[in-house]
Ligand binder design. Structure first.
Ligand code: FEO
Length: 394
């Protein structure tokens, strides 16, 4: 994609990665992604805001050439992760007078991760500004979105916020702007769930910092740009501030069918009690979808058989993931079947203990479920329904 103008003197110069399907060798990218870099060409000086993934360095360099950029004064590094900083070493070679602008923590990371020479980096304090002549960049320290060194950049004269990863979406598209809001909402929610949700409480503390800024446009470093900033700001307020919803997420796995019978009965019991459920078969699920459901779920119920004395390995993986993502779930329990002995309760409750949830009485059966198993499942469904109602979850 060639450069695209946003405002006079402000250009998108990034790269769209249509084919990427995995990030950090962990996160599925069903819709690809983009690495958005922005050129701000002031009357006196020129700044590049973030770079691109190292695999796309040639695209960024070509885009700067197409805009006839011969000299860069500043390269703003909002974030040190390589999908935004990876092209820095090459750009610094091409622009020997350019200074990297970064927080002090970012400076340390750039020096260690990318071996950027110390004398090429100028550190910036929270609220500090840099004048490009007729355009002014203001820097907003906003740590832990999602690394410790992160900051946002605000272009005062055009009221554009460049928040790097924050508010982004892994979405490869030819749309410069978020036109199809349903598609962008889905991608942004998946992105929030996978990347930002573990830092929800820190985001909650810092989000108000943005209230004093007039923001006309939010231009993140992944996915389309928001010309209606409230679209993504309101979504974040819901995900970050609002209580969870009347929703159970049920990741499960069944080896010989017993746990599946238990899950099927339990899902029906919850639906009869007007509790919404989203179940995920862990032998084939997209973990990004599971993460998205965790944004809203009030309760997590893990369904597992017992293999080699403990939970199935896929269930262990899902439990670790749920614990690491730190969703705002309030209740948890375990259902499933075993053959001759099991440690699933001890193992799963230990993994989920970081979440500070209330553990409800698990329902585990030796072998195939029977009448008393179904009654115990109904009681668990009652307890969940009552607790959701007591907390006013809609
Ligand atoms: Fe898009 Fe944290 O990098």
């Amino acid at each position: 994609m060639k450069p695209r103008i946003i405002e006079e003197g402000v250009y998108w110069v990034g790269a769209v990665d249509w084919d990427r399907r995995l990030f950090d060798e962990l996160i599925p990218l069903p819709d690809g992604t983009s690495y958005n870099a922005y050129l701000v060409d002031g009357s006196d000086k020129t700044a590049l805001i973030d770079t691109v993934d190292p695999t796309m360095t040639n695209v960024l360099i070509r885009n700067l050439k197409l805009l006839n950029v011969k000299h860069l004064d500043y390269i703003i590094a909002n974030h040190a992760e390589q999908d935004h900083s990876g092209a820095l070493p090459t750009l610094l070679d091409l622009h020997p007078d350019a200074k990297v602008i970064a927080t002090s923590k970012c400076k340390d990371l750039l020096m260690n991760l990318l071996l950027v020479p110390e004398d090429r980096i100028q550190t910036i304090e929270d609220g500090e500004t840099i004048s490009l002549g007729d355009k002014t960049l203001e820097f907003i320290h906003f740590p832990w979105v999602h690394w410790p060194e992160t900051m946002l950049t605000y272009l005062r004269e055009d009221s554009i916020l460049f928040p790097c990863d924050l508010f982004g979406s892994h979405l490869a598209t030819s749309d410069l702007y978020a036109i199809d809001e349903a598609v962008v909402y889905e991608a942004a929610k998946r992105y929030y769930a996978e990347i930002m949700m573990p830092f929800r409480l820190i985001i909650k503390r810092n989000l108000d910092k943005l209230n004093k800024f007039k923001i006309n446009v939010i231009a993140p470093s992944h996915g389309p740009i928001y010309r209606k900033p409230n679209f993504i700001l309101e979504a974040y307020r819901d995900w970050v501030y609002n209580p969870p919803k009347n929703l159970v997420v049920l990741p499960y796995l069944s080896m010989h069918g017993s746990t599946k019978v238990i899950v099927d009965h339990f899902v029906s019991a919850l639906v009869e009690r007007k509790v919404r459920v989203q179940q995920f078969n862990l032998s084939r699920t997209d973990i990004g979808k599971l993460a998205m459901t965790l944004v809203d779920a009030a309760t997590v119920i893990i369904g597992t058989p017992t293999v080699l004395g403990g939970p199935h390995p896929n269930v262990l993986y899902a439990a670790h993931l749920i614990s690491a993502l730190r969703p705002k779930v309030m209740f948890a329990s375990i259902i499933g079947s075993y053959g001759w002995g099991t440690t699933v309760i001890q193992q799963i409750s230990q993994i989920l203990s970081k979440l500070k949830v209330e553990f409800l009485e698990p329902v585990l059966v030796k072998g195939y479920p029977r009448e008393e198993t179904f009654k115990a499942l109904d009681r668990l469904a009652d307890e969940i329904s009552e607790r959701h109602k007591k907390h006013g979850l809609a």
